[in-house]
Design a protein around this ligand. Structure first.
Ligand SMILES: C[S@@+](CC[C@H](N)C(=O)[O-])C[C@H]1O[C@@H](n2cnc3c(N)ncnc32)[C@H](O)[C@@H]1O
Length: 278
C-alpha cells in the first residue's frame, strides 16, 4: 500500500471507533514507522510501504483503537523543540507546560542559577531548562523510579547533564539554596480522574492525582520548599485552569512568600503562578 492508501484506511477505522484526530494520529504513526518527517508523509503520498512497515502500521492502528495515546505507541513527543522518549511510565508532556519553561528561560537566560524540578516525570521541564539556560545547575526528582529511568534516557538523548534524585517530594533532597523550584505536580481532584478521556486515563494515575481537592502537592511544595530556597528564591508552578485563587489563598496564609505573577496559556486559562521567598 502507498502512504495515502494506508492513511485513508486508518482514518476510516479510527472514525469507526470514534477516535479523535484520526488524520493527525495517522500522520504521526506513519512518520514514525517510516522514520521520515511529517513533511515527507504529506508530500509523498505515492510512496509504497514494504510489507513489514505495513504490518507495523496496522498493528499500531489497533492500539490507537484501544485508546492508547499515540505518543505511547510511537514513544515520542516534542517539547520546547526538543525530542523526548515517552512511555506509559510518564505523563505525556503538554504544550501548556511550555509556558512555565519559557517564563523561567525569559527571566534567567545566561544566568548561573541552581534549579530543582520536582515531579520531573519525563524530565521535559528540567532538560529544556538546562538546554536553554546552559549555565544552570539542574536537579530533577520524582518518586517514581520508572519515570526517572525515562528522564535519564531523555537527558542523554538531548545531551544534557542533570542531577537526578529519587525522592518523595523533598524527603531525599539533600541540596539546598535553590534559586528556582519548578514543578508541574499532579493536580487533578481524585474524584475527577474517572471522568477524564479514555486516553488521559492511560497516563499514570500517580502523575494525575492531586488528592481530594487537587491541591495536596501545592500545599507541600509551598510549605516545605521554603527551606530549600536561597534568599529571594522563586517557585514556579503549573496550575489547573481553576486553581489560581486557591493558590493565592495558600500563599497569603503562609505569609513567607510574595505573589509575583500568574500567566495564562494559549487557551486563555490561568496556567502558572510565580512566588518569591521573602
Ligand atoms: C503531572 S506529572 C508531570 C511530569 C512532567 N514534569 C511534565 O510536566 O510533563 C507529575 C509527576 O509527579 C510525580 N509524583 C507523584 N507523586 C510524587 C511525589 N510524592 N514525589 C515526587 N514526585 C511525585 C509523578 O510520578 C509524575 O511523574
Amino acid at each position: 500500500m502507498t502512504i495515502n492508501e494506508v492513511i485513508k484506511k486508518g482514518i476510516y477505522e479510527l472514525k469507526e471507533n470514534n477516535i479523535d484526530e484520526p488524520t493527525l494520529k495517522l500522520r504521526m504513526l506513519v512518520s514514525s514507522v517510516l522514520n521520515k518527517p511529517k513533511e515527507f508523509i504529506m508530500a509523498h503520498g505515492e510512496y509504497v510501504l514494504d510489507n513489514s512497515q505495513e504490518k507495523d502500521v496496522m498493528e499500531k492502528i489497533e492500539k490507537i483503537k484501544e485508546n492508547i495515546p499515540i505518543q505511547y505507541i510511537i514513544n515520542n513527543q516534542e517539547f520546547m523543540k526538543l525530542n523526548f522518549y515517552i512511555d506509559e511510565n510518564v505523563l505525556i508532556p503538554r504544550s501548556d507546560t511550555e509556558i512555565l519553561v519559557e517564563e523561567i528561560i525569559n527571566t534567567y537566560e545566561n544566568k548561573r542559577v541552581k534549579i530543582l524540578d520536582l515531579c520531573t516525570g519525563s524530565g521535559c521541564i528540567a532538560i529544556s531548562l538546562k538546554k536553554y539556560i546552559p549555565n544552570a545547575e539542574v536537579y530533577a526528582s520524582d518518586v517514581s523510579k520508572s519515570a526517572l529511568e525515562v528522564a535519564k534516557i531523555n537527558a542523554k538523548r538531548n545531551d544534557t547533564e542533570i542531577k537526578f534524585v529519587i525522592s518523595n517530594l523533598f524527603n531525599d533532597i539533600i541540596n539546598k539554596n535553590f534559586d528556582i523550584i519548578v514543578s508541574n505536580p499532579p493536580y487533578i481532584k481524585t474524584k475527577i480522574i474517572d471522568t477524564l478521556s479514555k486516553e488521559v486515563q492511560k497516563e499514570p494515575k500517580i502523575a494525575l492525582d492531586g488528592g481530594i481537592d487537587g491541591l495536596f502537592f501545592y500545599r507541600k511544595i509551598i510549605k516545605e520548599g521554603y527551606e530549600y530556597l536561597a534568599h529571594g528564591g522563586m517557585i514556579f508552578l503549573e496550575i489547573g485552569y481553576d486553581q489560581k485563587q486557591e493558590l493565592i489563598d495558600i500563599i497569603k496564609e503562609d505569609k513567607r512568600y510574595k505573589f509575583i505573577e500568574s500567566k495564562k496559556d494559549l487557551g486563555d486559562n490561568d496556567r502558572i503562578i510565580v512566588i518569591r521567598k521573602e
